[in-house]
Design a protein around this ligand. Structure first.
Ligand SMILES: Cc1cc2nc3c(=O)[nH]c(=O)nc-3n(C[C@H](O)[C@H](O)[C@H](O)COP(=O)(O)O)c2cc1C
Length: 353
Protein backbone atom coordinates (compact mmCIF):
# COMPACT_ATOMS: atom_id res chain seq x y z
CA UNK A 1 0.00 0.00 0.00
CA UNK A 2 1.33 3.44 -0.84
CA UNK A 3 2.37 5.71 2.03
CA UNK A 4 0.36 8.81 2.82
CA UNK A 5 2.20 11.95 1.68
CA UNK A 6 2.88 14.29 4.56
CA UNK A 7 1.55 11.89 7.17
CA UNK A 8 3.30 11.88 10.53
CA UNK A 9 1.11 9.17 11.93
CA UNK A 10 2.55 6.02 13.48
CA UNK A 11 2.67 2.83 11.39
CA UNK A 12 -0.61 0.94 11.26
CA UNK A 13 -1.18 -2.60 12.47
CA UNK A 14 -1.17 -4.89 9.40
CA UNK A 15 -4.67 -6.34 9.99
CA UNK A 16 -6.21 -2.83 10.02
CA UNK A 17 -5.04 -2.35 6.45
CA UNK A 18 -6.91 -5.37 5.14
CA UNK A 19 -10.20 -3.75 4.30
CA UNK A 20 -8.52 -1.21 2.04
CA UNK A 21 -6.26 -3.80 0.48
CA UNK A 22 -9.38 -5.79 -0.46
CA UNK A 23 -10.03 -3.19 -3.14
CA UNK A 24 -7.20 -3.46 -5.65
CA UNK A 25 -6.27 -0.63 -7.99
CA UNK A 26 -8.58 -0.79 -11.01
CA UNK A 27 -7.13 0.75 -14.22
CA UNK A 28 -10.50 1.95 -15.49
CA UNK A 29 -10.91 4.07 -12.35
CA UNK A 30 -7.43 5.52 -12.57
CA UNK A 31 -8.35 6.85 -16.00
CA UNK A 32 -11.00 9.07 -14.43
CA UNK A 33 -8.51 11.65 -13.19
CA UNK A 34 -6.54 12.90 -16.17
CA UNK A 35 -4.24 15.87 -15.72
CA UNK A 36 -4.82 18.17 -18.70
CA UNK A 37 -1.68 19.26 -20.49
CA UNK A 38 -0.42 22.73 -19.70
CA UNK A 39 -1.88 22.89 -16.19
CA UNK A 40 0.74 23.75 -13.55
CA UNK A 41 1.62 20.75 -11.43
CA UNK A 42 -0.19 21.74 -8.25
CA UNK A 43 -3.08 23.62 -9.82
CA UNK A 44 -6.65 22.42 -9.91
CA UNK A 45 -7.30 20.55 -13.13
CA UNK A 46 -11.04 20.34 -13.40
CA UNK A 47 -11.53 21.99 -16.82
CA UNK A 48 -14.74 23.60 -15.55
CA UNK A 49 -12.62 25.64 -13.15
CA UNK A 50 -10.35 26.99 -15.89
CA UNK A 51 -11.89 30.12 -17.45
CA UNK A 52 -12.18 30.06 -21.21
CA UNK A 53 -11.27 33.67 -21.96
CA UNK A 54 -10.96 37.15 -20.53
CA UNK A 55 -11.70 40.53 -22.02
CA UNK A 56 -8.63 42.70 -21.43
CA UNK A 57 -9.16 46.43 -21.34
CA UNK A 58 -6.90 49.48 -21.29
CA UNK A 59 -8.57 52.06 -19.00
CA UNK A 60 -7.38 54.80 -21.36
CA UNK A 61 -9.53 53.34 -24.17
CA UNK A 62 -12.78 53.40 -22.19
CA UNK A 63 -15.31 56.19 -21.81
CA UNK A 64 -15.25 57.30 -18.16
CA UNK A 65 -18.80 56.04 -17.54
CA UNK A 66 -17.87 52.56 -18.83
CA UNK A 67 -14.59 52.54 -16.90
CA UNK A 68 -16.57 53.54 -13.80
CA UNK A 69 -18.95 50.61 -14.27
CA UNK A 70 -16.16 48.06 -14.78
CA UNK A 71 -14.48 49.24 -11.58
CA UNK A 72 -17.78 49.20 -9.66
CA UNK A 73 -18.66 45.75 -10.96
CA UNK A 74 -15.28 44.29 -10.00
CA UNK A 75 -14.66 46.07 -6.69
CA UNK A 76 -17.89 44.76 -5.34
CA UNK A 77 -19.81 44.57 -3.09
CA UNK A 78 -18.71 47.72 -1.30
CA UNK A 79 -19.77 48.96 2.12
CA UNK A 80 -21.69 52.22 2.14
CA UNK A 81 -20.65 55.24 4.18
CA UNK A 82 -23.75 57.33 4.77
CA UNK A 83 -21.87 60.58 5.38
CA UNK A 84 -23.42 63.26 7.54
CA UNK A 85 -21.78 66.70 7.49
CA UNK A 86 -22.62 70.34 8.24
CA UNK A 87 -21.82 73.31 6.05
CA UNK A 88 -20.20 76.47 7.41
CA UNK A 89 -23.66 77.70 8.44
CA UNK A 90 -24.39 74.44 10.29
CA UNK A 91 -26.93 73.21 7.72
CA UNK A 92 -27.02 69.39 7.63
CA UNK A 93 -26.07 67.33 4.59
CA UNK A 94 -26.37 63.58 4.11
CA UNK A 95 -25.11 61.46 1.19
CA UNK A 96 -24.04 57.84 0.53
CA UNK A 97 -20.49 56.99 -0.55
CA UNK A 98 -19.52 53.44 -1.47
CA UNK A 99 -15.91 54.16 -2.37
CA UNK A 100 -15.41 53.42 1.29
CA UNK A 101 -13.51 51.11 3.56
CA UNK A 102 -11.58 50.72 6.82
CA UNK A 103 -7.81 50.95 6.51
CA UNK A 104 -6.48 50.81 10.05
CA UNK A 105 -7.77 49.56 13.38
CA UNK A 106 -5.07 51.09 15.56
CA UNK A 107 -5.33 54.00 15.04
CA UNK A 108 -8.89 53.54 13.76
CA UNK A 109 -9.04 55.05 10.28
CA UNK A 110 -11.69 54.85 7.58
CA UNK A 111 -11.50 56.39 4.10
CA UNK A 112 -14.13 57.32 1.55
CA UNK A 113 -13.87 59.10 -1.77
CA UNK A 114 -15.97 61.92 -3.15
CA UNK A 115 -15.62 62.04 -6.91
CA UNK A 116 -15.85 64.90 -9.36
CA UNK A 117 -19.08 64.53 -11.33
CA UNK A 118 -18.46 63.12 -14.80
CA UNK A 119 -21.19 65.24 -16.43
CA UNK A 120 -19.84 68.68 -15.42
CA UNK A 121 -16.61 68.07 -13.45
CA UNK A 122 -17.97 69.75 -10.33
CA UNK A 123 -17.29 68.55 -6.80
CA UNK A 124 -19.87 67.50 -4.20
CA UNK A 125 -21.36 69.12 -1.09
CA UNK A 126 -19.93 66.53 1.31
CA UNK A 127 -16.40 67.41 0.16
CA UNK A 128 -17.12 71.17 0.40
CA UNK A 129 -18.48 70.77 3.93
CA UNK A 130 -15.57 68.66 5.11
CA UNK A 131 -13.12 71.18 3.73
CA UNK A 132 -14.89 73.82 5.80
CA UNK A 133 -15.48 71.93 9.04
CA UNK A 134 -13.15 68.90 9.11
CA UNK A 135 -15.88 66.68 10.62
CA UNK A 136 -18.12 63.86 9.39
CA UNK A 137 -20.28 61.13 10.89
CA UNK A 138 -20.31 57.90 8.89
CA UNK A 139 -23.53 55.97 9.39
CA UNK A 140 -23.85 52.28 8.48
CA UNK A 141 -26.67 51.41 6.08
CA UNK A 142 -28.98 48.54 7.00
CA UNK A 143 -31.53 46.90 4.73
CA UNK A 144 -34.46 48.58 6.47
CA UNK A 145 -33.19 52.04 5.46
CA UNK A 146 -31.74 51.20 2.03
CA UNK A 147 -34.37 53.03 0.00
CA UNK A 148 -34.09 56.12 2.17
CA UNK A 149 -30.32 56.10 1.67
CA UNK A 150 -30.84 56.07 -2.11
CA UNK A 151 -33.22 59.02 -1.81
CA UNK A 152 -30.52 60.99 0.00
CA UNK A 153 -28.15 60.48 -2.96
CA UNK A 154 -30.26 62.75 -5.16
CA UNK A 155 -28.48 65.98 -6.08
CA UNK A 156 -30.47 68.44 -4.03
CA UNK A 157 -29.12 72.01 -3.82
CA UNK A 158 -26.55 72.61 -1.04
CA UNK A 159 -29.06 74.29 1.29
CA UNK A 160 -31.49 71.34 1.19
CA UNK A 161 -31.44 69.04 4.21
CA UNK A 162 -31.36 65.40 3.00
CA UNK A 163 -32.48 64.20 6.46
CA UNK A 164 -35.81 65.86 5.71
CA UNK A 165 -35.93 64.68 2.08
CA UNK A 166 -35.18 61.06 3.00
CA UNK A 167 -37.36 60.99 6.10
CA UNK A 168 -34.45 60.20 8.42
CA UNK A 169 -33.99 61.34 12.00
CA UNK A 170 -30.98 63.46 13.05
CA UNK A 171 -29.66 62.84 16.57
CA UNK A 172 -26.73 64.67 18.19
CA UNK A 173 -23.21 63.30 18.18
CA UNK A 174 -20.96 63.34 21.23
CA UNK A 175 -17.64 64.68 19.95
CA UNK A 176 -18.41 66.28 16.56
CA UNK A 177 -21.10 68.61 15.30
CA UNK A 178 -22.67 66.66 12.36
CA UNK A 179 -25.73 64.62 13.27
CA UNK A 180 -26.00 60.86 13.48
CA UNK A 181 -28.80 59.00 11.66
CA UNK A 182 -31.11 57.43 14.25
CA UNK A 183 -32.34 54.78 11.79
CA UNK A 184 -28.76 53.54 11.24
CA UNK A 185 -27.52 50.64 13.41
CA UNK A 186 -24.00 52.08 13.84
CA UNK A 187 -22.25 55.44 13.63
CA UNK A 188 -18.60 56.51 13.43
CA UNK A 189 -17.90 60.04 14.64
CA UNK A 190 -14.86 61.19 12.68
CA UNK A 191 -12.39 64.05 12.40
CA UNK A 192 -10.89 64.38 8.93
CA UNK A 193 -7.15 63.80 9.00
CA UNK A 194 -6.32 64.41 5.37
CA UNK A 195 -7.85 64.81 1.92
CA UNK A 196 -5.90 63.45 -1.04
CA UNK A 197 -6.92 64.78 -4.44
CA UNK A 198 -6.58 62.09 -7.12
CA UNK A 199 -7.14 64.14 -10.30
CA UNK A 200 -8.85 67.14 -11.83
CA UNK A 201 -11.09 65.51 -14.48
CA UNK A 202 -14.64 64.16 -14.19
CA UNK A 203 -14.65 60.96 -12.12
CA UNK A 204 -11.50 61.88 -10.16
CA UNK A 205 -11.74 61.06 -6.49
CA UNK A 206 -10.83 62.86 -3.30
CA UNK A 207 -9.79 60.40 -0.64
CA UNK A 208 -11.16 61.63 2.66
CA UNK A 209 -9.11 60.05 5.43
CA UNK A 210 -10.97 60.00 8.72
CA UNK A 211 -9.83 59.41 12.30
CA UNK A 212 -12.60 57.57 14.15
CA UNK A 213 -13.18 59.37 17.46
CA UNK A 214 -16.29 57.57 18.72
CA UNK A 215 -18.17 54.41 17.75
CA UNK A 216 -21.89 53.89 18.43
CA UNK A 217 -23.45 50.47 17.88
CA UNK A 218 -27.13 49.74 18.49
CA UNK A 219 -27.46 47.30 21.39
CA UNK A 220 -29.88 45.08 19.47
CA UNK A 221 -27.27 44.16 16.84
CA UNK A 222 -24.85 42.75 19.44
CA UNK A 223 -24.78 39.07 20.33
CA UNK A 224 -24.45 37.57 23.82
CA UNK A 225 -20.69 38.19 23.72
CA UNK A 226 -21.07 41.83 22.68
CA UNK A 227 -19.92 41.16 19.12
CA UNK A 228 -21.71 42.46 16.05
CA UNK A 229 -24.02 39.79 14.62
CA UNK A 230 -24.12 40.19 10.81
CA UNK A 231 -27.70 38.89 10.67
CA UNK A 232 -28.86 41.47 13.19
CA UNK A 233 -27.00 44.48 11.76
CA UNK A 234 -28.29 43.41 8.32
CA UNK A 235 -26.08 45.74 6.24
CA UNK A 236 -26.37 46.38 2.53
CA UNK A 237 -23.51 46.72 0.07
CA UNK A 238 -23.33 48.48 -3.27
CA UNK A 239 -22.48 46.58 -6.41
CA UNK A 240 -22.33 47.75 -10.04
CA UNK A 241 -25.18 49.66 -11.67
CA UNK A 242 -28.45 49.35 -9.71
CA UNK A 243 -27.38 46.23 -7.81
CA UNK A 244 -27.15 45.98 -4.05
CA UNK A 245 -26.46 43.04 -1.78
CA UNK A 246 -28.09 42.31 1.56
CA UNK A 247 -25.41 40.88 3.86
CA UNK A 248 -27.48 38.64 6.12
CA UNK A 249 -29.41 35.36 6.03
CA UNK A 250 -28.31 32.95 3.31
CA UNK A 251 -25.77 35.47 2.00
CA UNK A 252 -23.59 34.93 5.08
CA UNK A 253 -21.03 32.11 4.95
CA UNK A 254 -18.96 31.10 7.94
CA UNK A 255 -15.35 30.23 7.18
CA UNK A 256 -12.91 29.52 9.99
CA UNK A 257 -9.23 29.84 9.12
CA UNK A 258 -7.20 29.66 12.34
CA UNK A 259 -3.94 31.50 11.71
CA UNK A 260 -1.94 29.24 14.00
CA UNK A 261 -3.11 25.98 12.38
CA UNK A 262 -0.67 25.30 9.52
CA UNK A 263 -2.76 23.72 6.78
CA UNK A 264 -1.16 20.99 4.64
CA UNK A 265 -1.73 22.98 1.43
CA UNK A 266 -2.82 21.99 -2.07
CA UNK A 267 0.67 20.92 -3.08
CA UNK A 268 0.54 18.13 -0.47
CA UNK A 269 -2.88 16.84 -1.55
CA UNK A 270 -2.46 13.55 -3.45
CA UNK A 271 -3.00 14.09 -7.19
CA UNK A 272 -6.04 11.82 -7.50
CA UNK A 273 -7.79 14.03 -4.94
CA UNK A 274 -6.42 17.35 -6.19
CA UNK A 275 -7.60 16.55 -9.71
CA UNK A 276 -11.05 15.50 -8.53
CA UNK A 277 -13.64 15.50 -11.30
CA UNK A 278 -16.31 16.26 -8.69
CA UNK A 279 -15.01 18.70 -6.10
CA UNK A 280 -14.48 22.41 -6.68
CA UNK A 281 -11.28 24.20 -5.76
CA UNK A 282 -13.03 25.75 -2.80
CA UNK A 283 -14.23 22.36 -1.55
CA UNK A 284 -10.74 20.92 -1.97
CA UNK A 285 -9.35 23.85 -0.03
CA UNK A 286 -11.23 22.50 3.01
CA UNK A 287 -9.09 19.37 2.69
CA UNK A 288 -5.88 21.34 1.98
CA UNK A 289 -6.55 23.37 5.16
CA UNK A 290 -6.31 20.25 7.37
CA UNK A 291 -3.22 20.12 9.56
CA UNK A 292 -2.65 16.38 9.03
CA UNK A 293 -3.91 13.70 6.70
CA UNK A 294 -5.98 10.76 7.98
CA UNK A 295 -3.86 7.89 9.26
CA UNK A 296 -3.95 4.50 7.57
CA UNK A 297 -5.85 3.22 10.56
CA UNK A 298 -8.49 5.92 10.29
CA UNK A 299 -8.88 5.16 6.58
CA UNK A 300 -9.23 1.44 7.29
CA UNK A 301 -11.83 1.95 9.99
CA UNK A 302 -13.72 4.28 7.70
CA UNK A 303 -13.51 1.80 4.80
CA UNK A 304 -15.31 -0.80 6.92
CA UNK A 305 -18.42 1.35 7.40
CA UNK A 306 -21.30 -0.46 5.63
CA UNK A 307 -22.37 2.54 3.52
CA UNK A 308 -18.78 3.01 2.35
CA UNK A 309 -18.31 -0.68 1.62
CA UNK A 310 -21.49 -0.54 -0.43
CA UNK A 311 -19.76 2.01 -2.68
CA UNK A 312 -16.29 0.46 -2.81
CA UNK A 313 -17.59 -3.02 -3.55
CA UNK A 314 -19.76 -1.84 -6.44
CA UNK A 315 -18.52 -2.08 -9.98
CA UNK A 316 -19.26 1.39 -11.24
CA UNK A 317 -18.07 4.94 -10.69
CA UNK A 318 -16.40 4.20 -7.38
CA UNK A 319 -14.18 7.27 -7.48
CA UNK A 320 -17.03 9.59 -8.46
CA UNK A 321 -19.33 8.19 -5.80
CA UNK A 322 -16.69 8.50 -3.10
CA UNK A 323 -15.94 12.06 -4.18
CA UNK A 324 -19.67 12.83 -4.21
CA UNK A 325 -19.87 11.43 -0.68
CA UNK A 326 -16.90 13.61 0.34
CA UNK A 327 -18.71 16.62 -1.08
CA UNK A 328 -21.70 15.88 1.17
CA UNK A 329 -19.39 15.62 4.18
CA UNK A 330 -17.70 18.92 3.30
CA UNK A 331 -21.08 20.57 2.86
CA UNK A 332 -22.09 19.48 6.35
CA UNK A 333 -18.83 20.54 7.97
CA UNK A 334 -17.51 16.97 8.45
CA UNK A 335 -14.16 17.69 6.82
CA UNK A 336 -12.21 14.88 8.49
CA UNK A 337 -14.79 12.34 7.25
CA UNK A 338 -14.45 13.91 3.80
CA UNK A 339 -10.68 13.49 4.00
CA UNK A 340 -11.04 9.84 4.99
CA UNK A 341 -13.39 9.29 2.04
CA UNK A 342 -11.00 10.95 -0.40
CA UNK A 343 -7.92 9.17 0.90
CA UNK A 344 -9.77 5.88 0.68
CA UNK A 345 -10.60 6.71 -2.94
CA UNK A 346 -6.94 7.57 -3.44
CA UNK A 347 -5.94 4.16 -2.12
CA UNK A 348 -8.31 2.56 -4.64
CA UNK A 349 -7.35 4.56 -7.72
CA UNK A 350 -3.67 4.73 -6.84
CA UNK A 351 -1.31 7.69 -7.24
CA UNK A 352 -0.69 9.73 -10.35
CA UNK A 353 0.51 13.19 -11.29
C1 LIG B 1 -25.12 53.69 -2.81
C2 LIG B 1 -24.45 54.89 -3.36
C3 LIG B 1 -23.08 55.02 -3.29
C4 LIG B 1 -22.43 56.15 -3.80
N1 LIG B 1 -21.08 56.21 -3.71
C5 LIG B 1 -20.45 57.34 -4.15
C6 LIG B 1 -19.03 57.44 -4.01
O1 LIG B 1 -18.36 56.56 -3.48
N2 LIG B 1 -18.44 58.56 -4.44
C7 LIG B 1 -19.15 59.59 -4.99
O2 LIG B 1 -18.56 60.61 -5.36
N3 LIG B 1 -20.50 59.50 -5.15
C8 LIG B 1 -21.14 58.41 -4.72
N4 LIG B 1 -22.51 58.32 -4.84
C9 LIG B 1 -23.25 59.45 -5.40
C10 LIG B 1 -23.48 60.52 -4.35
O3 LIG B 1 -24.21 59.99 -3.25
C11 LIG B 1 -24.30 61.67 -4.96
O4 LIG B 1 -23.52 62.29 -5.94
C12 LIG B 1 -24.78 62.65 -3.94
O5 LIG B 1 -25.67 63.55 -4.56
C13 LIG B 1 -23.66 63.46 -3.33
O6 LIG B 1 -24.21 64.30 -2.35
P1 LIG B 1 -23.50 65.56 -1.78
O7 LIG B 1 -23.31 66.54 -2.94
O8 LIG B 1 -24.47 66.08 -0.77
O9 LIG B 1 -22.21 65.15 -1.19
C14 LIG B 1 -23.18 57.19 -4.40
C15 LIG B 1 -24.56 57.04 -4.49
C16 LIG B 1 -25.19 55.91 -4.00
C17 LIG B 1 -26.68 55.77 -4.11
Amino acid sequence: MAGIPGSTDAPVEPDRQLSVARHPVRPELVAHSPVPAGIPKFARTNPASVPASYRSLDPADLAVKDLHQFILGIVSPRPIAFASTLDAESRPNLAPYSFFNAFSSNPPIVVFSSNRKVKDNTTKDTLHNIRQTGEVVINAVSYSMMRQMALASIEYPPDVDEFAKAGLTPIPSELVKPFRVAESPAHLECRVKDIITLGDQGGAGHMIICDVLRIHVRESVLDEQDRIDPHRIDLVGRMGRAFYVRASGAAIHTLYQPMDAIGMGFDQVPPSIRHSPILTGSELAEIAALTRWPSEEEISVFADMPEIREITESEEEVLERLHERARVYIGTGQVRMAAETLFLADRIVGHQD
